[in-house]
Design a protein around this ligand. Sequence first.
Ligand code: AMP
Length: 631
Amino acid sequence: MRYEDFHRRSITDRDGFWGEQARLIDWETPPQTICDYSNPPFARWFVGGRTNLCHNAVDRHLRDRADQNALIYVSTETDQEQAYSFRELHAEVMRMAAILQSLGVRQSDRVLIYMPMVPQAVFAMLACARIGAIHSVVFGGFASVSLASRIDDARPTVIVSADAGSRGGKVVAYKPLLDEAIRLAQHKPSKVLLVDRGLAPMERVEGRDVDYAALREQHLDAQVQCTWVEATHPSYTLYTSGTTGRPKGVQRDTGGYAVALAASMRHIFCGNAGETYFSTSDIGWVVGHSYIVYGPLIAGMATILYEGLPIRPDAGIWWRLVEKYKVTVMFSAPTAVRVLKKQDPAWLTKYDLSSLRALFLAGEPLDEPTARWIADALGRPVIDNYWQTETGWPILTIANGVEPRPSRFGSPGVPMYGYDVKLLHEVTGEELTGPNQKGVVAIEGPLPPGCMQTVWGDDARFVSTYWSSFPGRMAYSTFDWGIRDADGYYFILGRTDDVINVAGHRLGTREIEECISSHPAVAEVAVVGVADSLKGQVAMAFAVPKDAGAVETPQQQLQLEGDIMKLVDQKLGAVARPARVRFVTVLPKTRSGKLLRRAIQAVCEHRDPGDLTTIEDPTALEQIKALVASA
Ligand code: AMP
């Protein structure tokens, strides 16, 4: 079938198209209405249908593939490797579900999961889905303040956590960060379920903290049936950064998400039941939700859960896993490939990679040298795909399962079925229809199944944040710039807002600024994203100290820079740590007091800062220029 026809039908015969896709999953009660868009921009998919994500990911496969691998856990941090069949996964998920129920978790309650990459994290996610509870996974790299704000927003009944994670052989204790986060939060969970990996000592809080291993023993024979929920029942929230310091809880439904993932496994990833999928992401990110946990399992595939670095014990580790588990579909991020590119290329020819059909890359722009290098080294298609936490599955890519087409270097591809993608003028909101015109990538409502339903607990914020960018027009803004070539391929040109992307991790500069400003020696700070050859972007901070005398000597500057970095590590997590903190006496602002972040960024990247007629104090940018030149 021609992909254009497939896509066109998904827009012009929306209900017919998605009604067919809905058959890819199991329903206890089939949907009565495919899409209710009577209250835009809120789309309600598969209304009247009742289903369960865990049933579709696990139970459904017990009939035909109970003894096939479902979850393959590999940790090069703790030297563990353990495969769970669908039967074993089913049993573990029922045990976890029984434990959560015994701790008081009921349908629609939130369970916050703050975990390293261990199987129990996946059991907990699936167990929540099983009993209709709403999980909220917080990336293990986040620290106490980030975690506290998410606890207060999600108001979980139970938090599931562990003693520690490990990175590059270094133990990262989670429990002290969690205790501090709970101390800071207004909301207190009634129970904290702890997986003890034996990596770091844990102090237990009487009456609140409970031990997973002990409770599992009590629930070894647990039988917990799936709770059938409405298709529109929220399955999870996942926090993401925006332009304010307050993260947004992206709320996902159940039925739409299951259908979207099942369809994407068929049309985009071309993964088949019985095969193995390997996504190198983390369960704390959206890729981990969609393509470590739910997508592959819904498709009846085994999924690899990998804890460790791509180059440890050596740079062949991923390819060894591809050979050993006959991985057919692999998903990673450009940064990881850039890390591998610095290693001996012989690692890529050492193993038998004949099972692998394609490598998918996402999360940040894929530059041509990186794409070419890995495509040549693997001799397999490398498929870029562009999407966001908000959408849950790709917006732009190539649907080789519908009609094979070549990828184009530098372009993630074309709009996926269900997405009515438009390029809109940033001020007038007019549609840009000609080739090679730069505009904001927007999506005409309704968003397809699987995309966010709303911002958790804040419908007004959903509308004002995402649907109010263009005058006289209600369209979803991705906050990315893009252009489209004459053949309809899109190119993404970076964010229109203050969100930056460090090694595929999305961070809000405001959050980092708020954290740095809380340091007693800092009066003001500006954080910008600056191009980096390895990580795509890094954060750079320019701070005005309260007392200029405190940073007179290079030693004093280094000392305060180190203190500020430590503060960011403790409060937000090392992922948010700026590459440098430099000191200036004044920040470049407009006369009305607006920070000129783009001008700072341009200077850091040795570009022309553009129109500076509104700048209050021109020496401010000169100071930054001098610092950049001296670096
Ligand atoms: P996240 O919500 O963390 O997945 O981040 C989404 C943002 O990452 C998008 O809005 C883009 O700015 C960027 N992004 C994700 N995938 C790509 C891609 N394939 N090419 C370019 N930018 C991407």
